[in-house]
Design a protein around this ligand. Structure first.
Ligand SMILES: NC(=O)C1=CN([C@@H]2O[C@H](COP(=O)(O)OP(=O)(O)OC[C@H]3O[C@@H](n4cnc5c(N)ncnc54)[C@H](OP(=O)(O)O)[C@@H]3O)[C@@H](O)[C@H]2O)C=CC1
Ligand SMILES: O=C(O)CCC(=O)C(=O)O
Ligand SMILES: [Mg+2]
Length: 741
């Protein structure tokens, strides 16, 4: 079969992976009828760990590096990849996955937090490449186009989700620094010729330490650098802790420790250190001895003290409890289990956590399991201020109304590791006071930042070709949807200043006659977009990589209840297609629910939308008429699915993810049986459509009968394929009908 009729479906983690066990066999059966091969590639956290240690695993257990393969594929026109959300692992998650794999007989090394030997250093280096957001940046060889298709928007208007009411006197607010942060220190430069840059630290004694020997840059790209002062961060958080206590609000911290895997865990650690200061300083010696790492959260302390004598353990626990008596209450991640906002750096991820708070009346959960006003600490000013603008809007005008509100689709600059999300390998914590310098190949100084020991330095790159592609995508979307487009760029930031000049230059390459395209600061763009959204009007947000991430959770969560219902396309710069499913994460809570009560509330709408877009791409890029028929009928089926409200229920009793897959299958088969563009497909699907319709009640009964009891899938990061497949395909009637196709 020619490679062009191939779709790669990614196998990932948690809820989306569970859903795949149910949906993929159906997709494979349908596409096989049109000679389209659907192949899977494993980019799960477990799969990536296994592929990193071939020597240790032995020939029989080795796993190929599927991510590298797909990264390569993404640069070619043949790419047609459906990318489901995957875990971007924090260190605690990485360690848990390693432990599970070891227990299953895979000889992978421990994660050496303090690597000393060469072997440990090598293992740590490999694990650090797997850590955090390590998949998306590899695949994203294009910019991002995320929106709610009209059918989905209409569905939300007809079946609005719950929105918590807002009180005008809500005490919730965002707290950010006013100096000493990345925002205050950003510097930028435009690269004139291809070169290799060096990043080095010059200390007070005139000694130079090279931090990164070579960073390849291309003519026309923008580089920038900034620092976060640890002292200023500590002073800021100390003040905010007092203020939260005085105001009687919860204290919550919102960071992106997954995508900003070097800087944000350090910031998180500083906040943990300040909040638990009294207990931690009292036990400093023993905590150091047991290897407690602040950056992994207070959960790491609880995990490590388990090995101490019972009495010592009890003393430490009592001293932590004493902290809670005097400090402000923390927002809870799981109040039943006592998991606080400061337990694990990846538990509260700003792109999803702030919108969830705004959707829930500006409140978060307290220890009693009730909603309460909260201080949302987002230390850096680069993007914190947009959330305060939303909060002020909600306090003034009340909650948004999903039945009438407009939409904010996004065109996001992200190709080739653009901006902050590509900065990990150029992020350093200064070991001593000095100056961090960025120097060109001839030794000329391009940028520099003064640092004190402990400060975080980061450098970002933004390549020119992606910028041009992004501007083009923005103009095309504005034209295609006849919608105003706002570039959210802040002239106060050095990087954005250079980018604004480029945007203005590249807009001239396009016909923008009659289009409303403006450049506004993020806060102003937010205000304009919110005013329009309340008037039922749409506004395209054209943003950099971080705001792409934040806004494509924020607006969908307000408009649709979840970002899982988004169409998320990445038109690859070499003409291939990457189709992301939804805009949200891998929903760990959903796995717990499946294991406890055999109910999976994951909504696969994002997968349906991505699959239709992928088939459409196959159809047009390679003039494949059968793919076009599959795409058009899937689109119809999805419309009917939304119309008849067959999305998963939240709780046992209704249909879950598996039931929703059944209905999509039924409607898709019916649409194929009803069309006349392809007689062979029509004939092939008519019997399936009939069989599914006749057996609807039986199939739904078989699917729902399993609910309400625990389910065994044999693992979390590396579940047993056979067990999971059994759990996820409990209807023999449905399975036989699919097999008979
Ligand atoms: N593209 C990717 O690969 C992404 C990966 N991630 C990763 O996902 C993990 C969890 O991240 P987190 O920030 O908690 O985000 P999640 O999206 O997993 O969780 C936030 C909430 O979103 C809702 N949700 C998300 N997807 C669905 C769906 N398909 N069906 C129903 N509800 C859904 C649920 O909210 P509710 O209960 O309110 O309905 C869920 O509890 C992390 O490892 C993170 O790194 C995160 C973002 C994107
Ligand atoms: O890569 C990740 O960790 C998450 C990606 C994400 O949140 C997004 O692109 O919206
Ligand atoms: Mg996101």
């Amino acid at each position: 079969m020619p490679t062009r009729s191939k779709i790669i479906y990614t196998f990932t983690d948690e809820a989306p992976a569970l859903a795949t066990y149910s949906l993929l066999p159906i997709v494979e059966a349908f596409t096989a009828c049109a000679d389209i091969a659907v192949e899977t590639r494993d980019i799960s956290l477990a799969g990536r760990i296994l592929s990193a240690f071939p020597e240790q695993l032995g020939a029989d257990k080795q796993v190929a590096d599927h991510l590298a393969e797909l990264g390569q594929l993404a640069t070619t026109p043949e790419a047609n990849i459906i990318k489901l959300p995957n875990i971007s692992a924090s260190v605690p998650q990485l360690k848990a996955a390693i432990k599970e794999l070891q227990a299953k007989g895979f000889n992978v090394p421990d994660y050496p937090e303090a690597a000393t030997s060469d072997a440990e250093k090598e293992a740590k280096a490999r694990y650090d490449r797997i850590k955090g957001s390590a998949v998306n940046p590899v695949l994203r060889e294009g910019n991002s186009d995320r929106r709610a298709p009209l059918s989905v928007k209409n569905y939300a208007r007809k079946h609005p989700h719950k929105m918590g009411a807002w009180a005008a006197d809500s005490k919730s607010h965002v707290a950010h620094m006013s100096q000493g942060d990345f925002y205050g220190s950003e510097k930028a430069a435009l690269i004139e010729a291809d070169d290799n840059l060096r990043i080095e630290l010059l200390d007070k004694n005139g000694n130079t330490t090279v931090l990164k020997e070579k960073t390849a840059v291309k003519a026309g790209e923008i580089i920038d650098c900034a620092t976060m002062s640890t002292k200023a961060l500590r002073a800021f958080i100390a003040t905010e802790i007092e203020d939260a206590k005085a105001k009687g609000v919860l204290l919550s911290v919102h960071l992106k420790a997954t995508m900003m895997k070097v800087s944000d865990p350090i910031m998180f650690g500083q906040i943990v250190a300040e909040y638990y200061k009294d207990a931690l300083s009292k036990h400093a010696a023993v905590l150091e001895q047991i290897g407690f790492n602040l950056n992994n959260g207070i959960g790491d302390l609880y995990a490590r003290i388990k090995d101490l004598p019972a009495e010592q353990q009890a003393q430490i626990e009592a001293d932590i409890k004493a902290v809670y008596d005097v400090r402000p209450a923390l927002a809870m991640v799981n109040s039943d289990k006592g998991i606080t906002n400061l337990h694990v750096p990846s538990d509260v991820i700003v792109d999803a956590s702030m919108p969830a708070m705004i959707r829930d009346s500006g409140k978060m959960w307290n220890t009693e399991g009730q909603l309460q006003d909260t201080k949302a600490v987002i230390p850096d000013r680069c993007y914190a201020t947009i959330y305060q603008a939303v909060i002020e809007d909600c306090k003034q005008h009340g909650a948004f109304d999903p039945t009438t509100m407009g939409s904010v689709p996004n065109v996001g600059l992200m190709a080739q590791k653009a901006e902050e999300y590509g900065s990990h390998d150029k992020t350093f914590q200064a070991k001593v006071d000095g100056v961090i310098r960025v120097v060109d190949g001839k030794g000329n100084l391009l940028l520099s930042q003064d640092v004190e020991a402990g400060d975080i330095f980061r450098m970002c790159q933004t390549k020119d070709a992606p910028i041009q592609d992004w501007v083009k995508l923005a103009v095309n979307r504005a034209r295609a949807s006849n919608t105003p487009a706002l570039f959210w760029l802040d002239p106060q930031r050095a990087h954005d200043g250079v980018l604004i000049e480029k945007v203005q230059q590249y807009l001239k390459d396009h016909d923008t006659a009659g289009l409303d395209i403006r450049v506004l600061s993020p806060v102003d763009a937010m205000k304009v977009s919110l005013e329009r959204i309340r008037a039922g009007q749409d506004t395209i947000s054209v943003t950099g990589n971080v705001l792409r991430d934040y806004l494509t959770d924020l607006f969908p969560i307000m408009e649709l209840g979840t970002s899982a219902k988004m169409l998320s396309i990445v038109p690859l710069m070499n003409n291939g297609g990457l189709f992301e499913t939804g805009a949200g994460g891998s929903a760990p809570k959903h796995v717990q629910q499946l294991v406890e009560e055999n109910f999976l509330r994951w909504d696969s709408l994002g997968e349906f939308l991505a699959l239709a877009a992928s088939l459409e791409h196959l159809g047009t890029a390679y003039a494949n008429p059968k793919a076009k028929v599959l795409a058009a009928t899937l689109d119809q089926a999805t419309g009917q699915f939304l119309d008849t409200n067959k999305s998963p229920a939240r709780k046992v009793g209704g249909i879950d993810n598996r039931g929703s897959h059944f209905y999509l299958t039924l409607y898709w088969a019916q649409a194929l049986a009803a069309q006349s563009d392809d007689a062979a497909l029509q004939a092939r699907f008519a019997p399936l459509a009939k069989a599914l319709a006749e057996n609807e009640a039986t199939i739904v009964a078989e699917l729902n009968a399993v609910q309400g009891k625990p389910a065994e899938i044999g693992g979390y990061y590396y579940p047993d394929a056979e067990l999971t497949s059994k759990v996820m395909r409990p209807s023999q009637t449905l399975n036989s009908a699919i097999a008979a196709l």
